[in-house]
Structure formats: C-alpha cells, structure tokens
Design a protein around this ligand. Structure first.
Ligand code: MRU
Length: 338
C-alpha cells in the first residue's frame, strides 16, 4: 500500500512538508527552516488536518532554537505565533502546550533545550502514527461483514496525520486485510480536500474511490448502499459534540434520516475535556475569496457578501459512536478518564 508521508525532518533539522495546496496536480515538498514559514504553511493549508497541524507546530517550534542561543522566551514567543494560525483544531494547541511544558522542564533541569524539543516533537509524531493504527483496528471491527462502502467528508487520511489517518484508517486496515472496501468522497467545498486529497491518496493506495459533490451525499445515503459514514474531527467537546469540516453537520443529519451509522474517528489529542460543549468551540472563518472564486476564476459577482466558516459542530446526539485510539466509545463518554 502506498501511503503518502506529508511531513518529515530534513537532515539538518528543518521541517519538510508536502505542499497540499498543489495536489493533486503536483507533488512538491518544501523545506521550512523558520517558525514564520511553518506558521504560513499552517495558515494557508499547505499542511493541514488536525493531527498533522499539531505535529507540524511541534516540529516548527524546534526551529525557534536553531542557530542561536536557545531560550525559553524564544520558544514561548514562537508558540504564540504558531498558536495564532488556526483556532479550531485543538491538536495544534494541545501540541504547543505539551512542547512548552517540555521546554520549561528542560530549562529547569539544565538539559539541552533544542534536543529536548526535537525529541518531544518526534514523540508527538510517532504517538500519532500509533494512534492512527489503533483507530484503524477499532474502526475496522465496526464495519460489518461483506463488501463495504464508506462515505467520508474532507480529508482525514494519511495527508492529515502522522500515520494512516483517522476516518480513513479503518478503510486502509480493511483494504490491507483483503476486504473489498470502497469509498465515496465528498468533494468538500470550498477547498476541495475530498476530491483533491482523499481521492488522491486512496487512488494511490489502490482503494476504489468515487467522488461526489457535497450536495449529492444525502441522496446517495437514501439509496441504501452506504455501509456507514466515517469522518474525522478537529475538536471533540467533553459532551461529545464534534467540530469538523463545514458540511459534516449536514451529512450527519442526512445519515440519521437515512438510518446510516455516523462514526467520528479521532485520536485522544482531538478530545478537549476543557471545552464543555460544541457551543464553546471557536470556529475559524476564512477569506471570502475561497468561496467567491477558485484559483483565479470568479464564481460569484465581484464584491458579493460571503460567509465562509471552515468548520461546523455536529451535536453528540447525531453521532453513532466515536472511534479513538482507546477504542469505540459513546459520544457522552469520550472525555471520561482524560
Ligand atoms: O481545513 P482542514 O483541511 O485542516 O480541515 C480538516 C478537517 O476538517 C479534518 O476532517 C479534520 O482535521 C480531521 S483530520 C484527521
């Protein structure tokens, strides 16, 4: 199975990313050697997906200690820069908080700050890879026997994580086990993560994938041939409400109306016990141009008003179960023991 690796260290400690804004047309890797370059890559979605932006921010933070006397102040300033890039995915803020705690311990203990941060960022990345594998195992068991058709939204695959993805992890696990599994990928307006990214990585891995536009999903769910919906998450509140890519809520409503199970797959780092309900999750709003045009082509009258929230909140009541690295849980139980 060919699985893309969207992030890596370079030999001299810079952060190498696959520029996801260019996919599927071009597979170009960028070597980022400043905190500002990593922040720009996160803000512009060159690197994206909740777990991956946490990993990228952690790796990016190490650049604050490169080529100069490393200091805790420089690390904290860099953390603020990286933390200001995107508000919704809690993984970003979780990873930066963990890195800041590690930096403080290193300084207190007289350790090499740069080395300690590099090891911590690598650990965050490796732990995410392991969590994806566990999500794959747990999610695969939820998919009944026989051929499976899984509908997904946005990209919660290898391109969004340090491993085989979250929503796509059960797909890859089933595919590798020789099961016949196919995916319906929502196109995911306005930035087309479904058609550009999910379809790209699944095709490369040899998983049959069919792209639909977002407004075709409800109708397809009513046909009765979709086994389940699987999506990722950017933040899961303590009560099980789920923030994910805009359009997820509508998909959950359609799945409920059609009697199709609606699963959310996410690592523990996406669960935010400090956020009581979905109402408290900050929703990123992006520029009007993402909706009114596409790569230079005007799709709406110039200057027309646009509303462009990047995420929505699906109430816990619409979620059949949440698949995490700790197993399959009812939404109301997702933050228990955290
Ligand atoms: O704006 P994006 O592309 O970063 O949004 C990504 C999503 O909404 C994903 O579904 C989510 O981050 C989960 S990725 C495992």
């Amino acid at each position: 199975m060919t699985i893309p690796q969207p992030i890596a260290w370079t030999a001299d400690g810079a952060v190498r990313i696959l520029d996801q804004t260019l996919l599927p047309g071009e597979e170009r890797y960028l070597d980022l050697d400043t905190v500002d370059a990593v922040a720009e890559a996160i803000r512009t979605l060159r690197v994206r997906g909740a777990p991956l932006i946490g990993i990228a921010a952690a790796m990016g933070l190490t650049l604050a200690t490169r080529g100069r006397a490393a200091s805790l102040d420089a690390v904290c300033a860099a953390s603020r820069t990286l933390g200001a890039t995107r508000p919704t995915a809690v993984n970003l803020h979780w990873a930066l908080a963990r890195m800041e705690r590690r930096a403080a311990r290193a300084v207190d203990g007289g350790e090499d700050l740069s080395g300690a941060l590099r090891d911590e960022a690598t650990a965050i990345w490796e732990e995410d890879r392991a969590m994806c594998a566990r999500i794959g195992e747990a999610g695969a068991k939820l998919v009944g026997a026989g051929d499976a058709l899984i509908l997904t939204h946005c990209n919660a695959g290898a391109l969004a994580t340090g491993g085989i993805g979250t929503a796509l992890a059960p797909v890859y696990t089933l595919h590798q086990a020789g099961r016949r599994v196919a995916v319906l990928a929502d196109e995911t307006r306005p930035l087309l993560q479904g058609s550009r990214l999910t379809a790209w990585e699944l095709s490369r891995a040899g998983v049959p994938v069919t792209v639909i536009t977002d407004n075709m999903a409800a109708s397809r769910l009513r046909r009765g041939d979709v086994s389940c919906v699987m999506v990722g998450a950017d933040r899961i509140a303590a009560n099980g409400d789920v923030a994910n890519k805009i359009g997820t809520y509508g998909l959950a409503l359609a799945a409920r109306a059609a009697g199709v199970p609606f699963y959310v797959a996410a690592p523990s780092s996406t669960v935010d016990p400090a956020t009581p309900t979905g109402a408290a999750i900050p929703i990123e709003e992006r520029s009007a141009g993402e909706v009114s045009g596409w790569r230079g082509h005007q799709a709406a009258p110039a200057g027309v008003a646009v509303w462009n929230p990047a995420f929505d909140v699906t109430p816990a009541a619409l979620v059949t179960a949440i698949i995490t690295d700790r197993g399959v849980v009812a939404p109301a139980d997702v933050a228990k023991g955290m």
